[in-house]
Each structure stands twice: as structure tokens, then as C-alpha cells.
Ligand binder design. Structure first.
Ligand SMILES: N[C@@H](CCC(=O)N[C@@H](CS)C(=O)NCC(=O)O)C(=O)O
Length: 347
């Protein structure tokens, strides 16, 4: 190739890369997730098959819950409408593989973020929206109050979850003998336990609360041990390889937390646009720049809060005092109140 011609080809290649980058694409690769979602007019969101408080369908067929609310917030940000979500239910491994296969745009459920899930499957963690740990539930009459008293018991868990590996590893290391009873689904695990097929259930503490309150005949006949054997941080996951989509997903979560930090809720969001606090002005697009930096419009976060609420509203409605579970905020309290939730600066 002659000199000037080669230069022209290189310049053209460079130009097309720049254009592609500005559009959030990967050059020769497939269209970005943002473009695909906009072209479809719907966000595809993977959720669990049904875990009251986290993700369930009402009798009218509407998906509700904490995991569901995050996807509605993302849809409000990118599509302008929190209702434009197609929920795709599945077991944890099905959700992870659906994400890898690009059948969903985001997985929002009680998926624990682990190094191997992320690094080996080509996934990207967005942040943590629920800090949990693995616990044990059993009949109060069993008289078990501490982990070591589980020695010799049979323990149910759902296959394919982190609960399975943690149980085997930690009980092995502590030399606590047990009989493992694997269940293929959430319902099967509960039925096995109720039917006497195991002495205890091990799962995320939030799941155990769901089971105790919504699935067991007399909740007071059961106890959940205070000890946890792991850290289980849940957060949305997206595929690797689309930085723009990752940022949109991350800052959607941050906006929910930031709105709580600032006391901006679905009730007062319009009035708050008159606030003189520059953080509130930026969040609500009164001072423009944030949405635009993400490739969205200036009202992205205002819509999130108006249509879905802030983190506190979502937590209380689904998991906390305004729902059946009555879970404490605990670690999921704001950092300013002794918890772990912290929004990166939205500026
Ligand atoms: N946090 C764990 C467990 C997640 C999980 O799948 N939990 C079960 C309960 S033990 C569940 O949600 N089952 C209902 C479903 O998958 O639809 C993980 O990421 O592996």
C-alpha cells in the first residue's frame, strides 16, 4: 500500500472507531445494549422465579418486589417509562447463563457477587443493593441455637446456589458432620423440609425470612440462627464488554441511594426541583450534565425517583415495615446511619 493511500485508510479506520466510541459501540461488534434496549422499547430483566418481597407476580400478572424495582428504575432512566420491562424468571444458574447468552440485558435478583461468577462467566457487577449472609432455619423444638449443634443433622439447600458450596466448605473445615439434601427448586426445598426430609434449611438470611413468614404454617415454631457462615452481597449483573451500559446500570443504583441520602422521594421530587442544594439540583437535572454524560437526558434520575422511588421507599415497600417481611435495614442502612450503602458522588 502506498504512503498517502495507507494514511487515508488508517485515518478512515480511526474515524470510524471514534464515531463508534461516541455511540457507545465496540466498533465492529454488535450494537450496544442501550441501542438494543431502545430499539426494542423494552428492558429484558432476569429475576428469580418467585421470592416474596424480592420478585413475585401479583394475581393481576404484575411483577413486584425489590429486585423488580431496580429494573423498573433502569427502564425509567433509559426508556422514560418504568413499565417498559419484560421480566424473565429463572433459577440462579439459568439467570446467569441467560445473561451470558444476551437473552436478558441485566440480572436483578439475590445473585451473590463472587469473583469466579464474574471473571469466569464474563459478567460485570454493578454494585451491591443488598448485603446478606448465609444462615440456617429449623424447628424451634430441635433445640439448636448455635452452628456446632447442627452436628449430625440433615440440611436442605437449593442446588446451584452459593449456599451449597459454603455449607460443604465451612462445615468441612469446622468438622461439623451433616447430611446434604439438595433440592432442585425453592418450592422443592421448602416441601422437603416441611415433609421432614431434612432438619434444617440453609440459604441467604433474607430467603429464610421469606420462608418463615410466607411458607411455614406457624412461623413461631421455627427459628433462624443468628450466626451466618458467609458474606452474600447481592447486586445487579450485566455482561462484560459494554462500558456505557455498565455505567448506566451502576449510576441508576447510585441515583436510588443518592436520592435517599438527599431526602428526595417520589412524594417530594417535583417540589425538590426548587431546592438550592447543588447535589439535589444535579440529581434532578436542574443543573444539567449527569444524564448527558451517560448518554441519557437530563431528567433520567428525576424519572427514576418519580416513577419508582428512592432506595428507602423501595426497601420499605418490599422488604421492610410496609411489607410482610419486616426486615431491618441492618447493613443495608445508609453509611450515615451505620450501614454500608454509599452512593459515589453524582457530579
Ligand atoms: N445468593 C445465592 C442464592 C440465590 C438463590 O437462587 N436463592 C434461592 C433460594 S435458596 C432462590 O432464590 N430461589 C428462588 C428462585 O431461584 O427462583 C446465590 O447467588 O447463589
Amino acid at each position: 500500500m502506498t504512503g498517502p493511500f495507507r494514511c487515508a485508510v488508517l485515518a478512515l479506520a480511526l474515524f470510524s472507531m471514534l464515531v463508534a466510541d461516541a455511540d457507545g459501540q465496540t466498533g465492529t461488534g454488535p450494537a450496544s445494549v442501550l441501542q438494543a434496549v431502545r430499539a426494542r422499547g423494552q428492558l429484558r430483566c432476569g429475576v428469580s422465579t418467585g421470592l416474596p418481597g424480592f420478585s413475585t407476580r401479583t394475581e393481576a400478572g404484575r411483577w413486584v418486589g425489590f429486585d423488580v424495582a431496580y429494573c423498573r428504575a433502569l427502564a425509567a432512566a433509559v426508556l422514560g417509562d418504568a413499565e417498559r420491562v419484560e421480566f424473565v424468571p429463572g433459577l440462579i444458574q439459568q439467570g446467569l447463563t441467560a445473561l451470558v447468552a444476551a437473552e436478558i440485558d441485566v440480572l436483578s435478583r439475590n445473585a451473590t457477587i463472587t469473583l469466579r461468577r464474574v471473571a469466569e462467566m464474563g459478567l460485570h457487577p454493578i454494585g451491591v443493593y443488598y448485603f446478606d449472609g448465609q444462615g440456617f432455619l429449623l424447628r424451634a423444638s430441635a433445640g439448636v441455637r448455635a452452628l456446632h449443634q447442627l452436628d449430625g443433622r440433615s440440611i436442605c439447600y437449593q442446588s446451584g446456589t452459593t449456599a451449597e458450596d459454603n455449607l460443604k466448605e465451612i462445615f468441612g473445615a469446622r468438622r461439623i458432620a451433616f447430611t446434604a439434601v439438595a433440592a432442585a427448586s425453592f418450592r422443592a426445598m421448602i416441601d422437603t423440609f416441611i415433609g421432614g426430609g431434612c432438619d434444617a434449611i440453609t440459604a441467604d438470611a433474607s430467603t429464610l425470612a421469606v420462608i418463615q413468614i410466607t411458607a411455614l404454617p406457624r412461623p413461631d415454631d421455627f427459628v433462624i440462627l443468628r450466626q451466618h457462615i458467609s458474606k452474600e452481597p447481592f447486586g445487579p449483573l450485566v455482561r462484560d464488554g459494554d462500558d456505557r451500559w455498565q455505567e448506566i446500570a451502576r449510576w441508576t443504583l447510585m441515583a436510588l441511594i443518592e436520592a435517599e441520602e438527599l431526602g428526595v422521594s417520589s412524594v417530594n421530587v417535583e417540589a425538590m426541583t426548587a431546592s438550592e442544594n447543588p447535589r439535589i439540583q444535579r440529581l434532578l437535572g436542574v443543573i444539567p450534565g449527569l444524564g448527558e454524560a451517560l448518554g441519557l437526558d437530563r431528567d433520567w434520575a428525576r424519572r427514576i425517583v418519580a416513577q419508582v422511588g428512592n432506595y428507602e421507599e423501595i426497601f420499605q415497600a418490599n422488604l421492610g415495615m410496609r411489607g410482610p417481611l419486616k426486615l431491618d435495614r441492618g447493613l443495608n442502612e445508609l453509611w450515615t446511619r451505620g450501614g454500608l450503602l454509599f452512593a459515589f458522588p453524582l457530579r
